[in-house]
Design a protein around this ligand. Structure first.
Ligand code: NAP
Length: 345
């Protein structure tokens, strides 16, 4: 990337984490292509970008349709020039036990959450590979490695994305490409999804605590886009779920069987008539935050440490160096004492 503002595409830019990512990039005066279905949310996001001094191009598109994604990519490049960063973020989910899921719901969640990201990646690669530069960020989840009850379609889609990306990574390495791919795995976030996901539970859904504000995830995505690594885990709960699952998956199965139903629901009875976003966007501009502001953290020590690894390593090396130097000098002065005592006699 050079001195011009970065050209960034965000899918699912109208609301939730995508909206927070857009706001974070607009602080860098980025030129941002906004993809989502809801016009009001796209217009709201575009306004925020322009107010912050960036430039926005709203490209209404359903990511489950590869032609719409490709047309959006083309329109964004016509407006802003070469895309530097592509962020696959759009998603839908259904909160329901497997036994009550419908085949068409599995298909829809897979087409948006899995294939939507695959189509986004294809549109990005089509432009980035010939230029031999660019970064594709996949917004992942702790659930990409550790499934939980009641979200089988979403967990399957997130797991599938890791399979797809691992394969692509090896191809890019094989070809010696400079195009980078990074997955940023999120903890539970206070986003709009819990107010509009299709829900078959008796009560309203909630993110599994601890809950972070979407800005925490957005900061991680912007960092990863500009310092791409293979993967990045956000929040100590994400690290715990992924690492814990590697060590004792059976134990986590039992734990989640016991806690996973309750931890995903509030005490408020669900309204069966409330609209959901599975097939069509919910009208209006919903912003980034859900309704859990009072229970959400705006900061993650783990993320801070994760994004300051070099300075922490340097500080650690400095502390170890100082400790070694102090130890050596104490040994030297102790060995000098007998000599001083002998001389003074
Ligand atoms: N919130 C969490 O607890 C959490 C935890 C881990 C990971 N994540 C990840 O964070 C990302 C964002 O999730 P979120 O919580 O922000 O979800 P959200 O609040 O429901 O927002 C989803 C976004 O995707 C868009 N979208 C939905 N279907 C679409 C389609 N067919 N085509 C284009 N855009 C579509 C929505 O806009 P329109 O309706 O206007 O199209 C909206 O902008 C996802 O990748 C998710 O896996 C979230």
């Amino acid at each position: 990337m050079n001195d011009r503002p970065p050209v960034v595409v965000v899918t699912g830019a109208s609301a939730g984490l995508g909206r927070a990512i857009v706001r974070e990039f607009s602080r860098q005066k980025a030129h941002i292509g906004l993809l989502a279905r809801g016009r009001a949310g796209l217009q709201g996001a575009a306004r925020e970008v322009e107010d912050a001094g960036g430039k926005a191009f709203a490209a209404p598109a359903d990511v489950s349709d590869p032609q719409q994604v490709e047309a959006a990519a083309e329109a964004i490049e016509n407006a802003f020039g070469p895309i530097d960063i592509w962020i696959n973020n759009a998603m839908v989910t259904v909160m329901s036990p497997v036994s009550r899921m419908k085949p068409e719901e599995y298909r829809r969640v897979t087409e948006v959450t899995y294939l939507g990201s695959v189509y986004g990646t294809l549109a990005a690669l089509k432009r980035m590979l010939p230029r031999n530069q660019g970064v594709i960020v996949q917004v992942g989840s702790a659930l990409a490695y550790r499934s939980i009850p009641l979200q089988s379609a979403y967990c399957g889609a997130k797991h599938a994305l890791e399979g797809f990306l691992s394969s692509l990574r090896t191809e890019l390495l094989h070809d010696g490409s400079n195009v980078r791919i990074t997955s940023v795995h999120m903890p539970a976030l206070n986003t709009t999804q819990f107010g509009w996901m299709k829900n078959r539970l008796p009560n309203d859904p909630q993110p599994v605590p601890p809950i972070y504000q979407p800005e925490v995830g957005a900061r991680a995505v912007v960092y990863a886009a500009q310092h791409p690594r293979r993967e990045m885990f956000v929040g100590i709960s994400t690290v715990g779920a992924i690492v814990g699952n590697r060590i004792a998956p059976g134990l986590l199965d039992c734990y989640l069987a016991r806690t996973g139903y309750e931890s995903q629901q509030t005490d408020t009875p669900a309204d069966p008539a409330s609209p959901n976003n599975l097939w069509l966007p919910v009208p209006g501009d919903h912003g980034a935050h859900g309704s859990f502001d009072d229970r959400s953290r705006n900061w993650s020590l783990q993320l801070w440490a994760n994004t300051h690894r070099t300075s922490l390593a340097a500080a650690g090396a400095g502390i170890i160096g100082a400790a070694v130097a102090a130890f050596i000098s104490s040994r030297k002065s102790r060995s000098r004492w007998p000599l001083l005592r002998w001389k003074s006699r």
